[in-house]
Unconditional design. Structure first.
Length: 493
């Protein structure tokens, strides 16, 4: 698809505009020169024709008794190609001849005479094409009843104008080529600062600012920030904008770090009292079993799980290294499905494995098990009884893919883009089993964070009757998966 004219580079547009302007100016100058030269040559020729006509009338007046006499053409001094004719009172040609070199005047034929008819002897000038002779400038005079038509060829005028046009075309083309080359060099040199500014802007646009980089952004060179030029003004403005971006990112990062430290510290501080509450509640429940103590145990367990999830996310955000061993994903998924079947007997659980292809990855087995468990628990909690949930593992030489698919009601389309964000819930459209099993909205966020820490990615596709989570992990032979590391998040939601 061709680019629109206004989508081309500024350098190209300037060069095209300047070249078009030069072409128009050169064409105007050439046309003016040709017209002026033609007017001059035609005026000179008309003067010569008038002089020749007066001379011819004077020669014919020597013998007024001979109305067809052209003897004056035999006199010396006439220009080669001079044409003369005698006219009667009605304006018809009586006789006509043309002067030739080194020979007597040649009488004109009928076709040539016919080309000269219709010219009145009033001294006006006419242009006629005479067959066999060319184009002539002619006039006719009447002196006391003696009517003579005289003409001179226009070949010299035409040849001169043709030569002038050829010279102007050659000189104009050479001048335009030279001017175009000079303009191209000048435009290129003048636009270099703007090009460097644009290159800096492109380089900044490629920096992954969303991943937490807050310093060391490229800057426009000092030489391209001179406020005396337009390019310098743009460069200075871009540098100021980059300074503002870095300051904003640094402030945001400091806020995120403070929030992460707060969450981690709060989680650490809450673990001990929660453990004490759970212990005392279990003790009281054994001594005096009661529904209230059962609820206290359940809620303390739920709060403990929430604190553990927050602590895990805080560690992942800080980039803490993970324990790395060789993990068999096929066995891990199979065990997770068996656990899910025990927890959700009302669902139909299916397992799809490829026994011929090993599914080995380098990573933290406990965290990877947690990812699969979170996905299966999500399918169990947010789908009605009777839903079929299928977990499968497929492997290639470079990566392994875990898919968890269910035929439940699906995720609302407006929640799909944010489903892996923290504390995201789909309560409005997916049935929750209860307060305890409903979760806190951190399960999928943890799955995404752990997957990213292992160098993989997680995606979801959902529509009514089909929801599928896909986890892609590099194989154990991939060098990028040898040492999983928690990657800090760009923001803490």
């Amino acid at each position: 698809m061709s680019r629109r004219p206004w989508a081309r580079s500024l350098r190209t547009r300037l060069l095209v505009l300047v070249t078009a302007t030069l072409v128009c100016v050169c064409a105007a100058l050439a046309l003016t020169t040709v017209l002026a030269q033609r007017a001059y040559l035609m005026g000179n020729l008309d003067d010569r024709v008038s002089d020749a006509a007066e001379r011819s009338v004077g020669g014919a007046a020597l013998h007024p008794e001979l109305p067809a006499d052209l003897a004056f053409l035999g006199e010396g001094g006439h220009t080669e190609g001079l044409l003369a004719a005698r006219l009667d009172a009605a304006g018809h040609l009586v006789s006509a001849a043309v002067v030739t070199r080194d020979a007597a005047p040649r009488t004109l034929g009928s076709a040539q005479r016919a080309a000269l008819t219709g010219i009145r002897p009033d001294g006006s000038l006419h242009t006629r094409t005479v067959p066999g002779l060319g184009t002539y400038r002619v006039t006719a005079l009447d002196a006391s009843g003696i009517r003579v038509l005289t003409g001179l060829p226009m070949d010299d005028v035409r040849a001169t104008l043709g030569t002038l046009v050829e010279i102007e075309a050659v000189v104009g083309a050479a001048g335009l080529a030279l001017a175009g080359a000079v303009c191209a060099v000048v435009i290129r040199r003048q636009l270099r600062p703007l090009g460097r500014v644009a290159a800096t802007a492109v380089e900044v646009s490629r920096v992954p600012l969303g991943h937490g980089r807050v310093s060391g952004l490229p800057r426009v060179p000092e030489r391209d920030t001179d406020p005396g030029s337009e390019a310098g003004q743009v460069g200075a403005a871009l540098n100021r904008m980059i300074d503002h971006v870095e300051a904003s990112l640094a402030e945001r990062r400091r806020g995120e770090e403070r929030m992460r430290r707060f969450v981690a510290d709060a989680s650490h501080e809450l673990r001990t009292p929660l453990a004490s509450i759970a212990g005392y509640a279990e003790l009281m429940n054994r001594v005096a079993p009661d529904l209230a103590w059962s609820r206290v145990l359940a809620e303390s367990a739920r709060m403990t799980e929430l604190v553990e999830d927050l602590l895990l996310l805080a560690r992942l955000d800080e980039g803490s290294p993970l324990h790395s061993t060789e993990v068999d994903l096929a066995a891990l998924v199979a065990e997770a499905v068996w656990d899910a079947r025990a927890a959700g007997a009302g669902h139909v659980w299916q397992l799809g494995l490829s026994p011929d292809t090993p599914a080995l990855v380098r990573g933290d087995e406990a965290r990877l098990r947690q990812v699969v468990a979170k996905l299966l628990a999500n399918a169990r909690v947010h789908t009605p009884v009777g839903t079929t949930v299928t977990a499968s593992v497929r492997s290639t030489p470079t990566q392994h893919v875990i898919r968890v698919h269910d035929d439940g009601p699906g995720i609302p389309p407006e929640l799909v883009p944010s489903v892996f964000e923290r504390f995201t819930r789909a309560d409005t459209s997916r049935t929750r089993a209860g307060a305890v099993e409903g979760g806190s909205g951190l399960g999928l966020a943890i799955a995404a964070a752990v997957t990213a820490a292992h160098g993989g990615r997680i995606d979801v596709r959902s529509e009514p009757g089909r929801t599928e989570f896909t986890v892609v992990l590099p194989s154990a032979g991939d060098s990028g998966a040898d040492a999983p590391t928690c990657r800090p998040r760009a923001s803490l939601r």
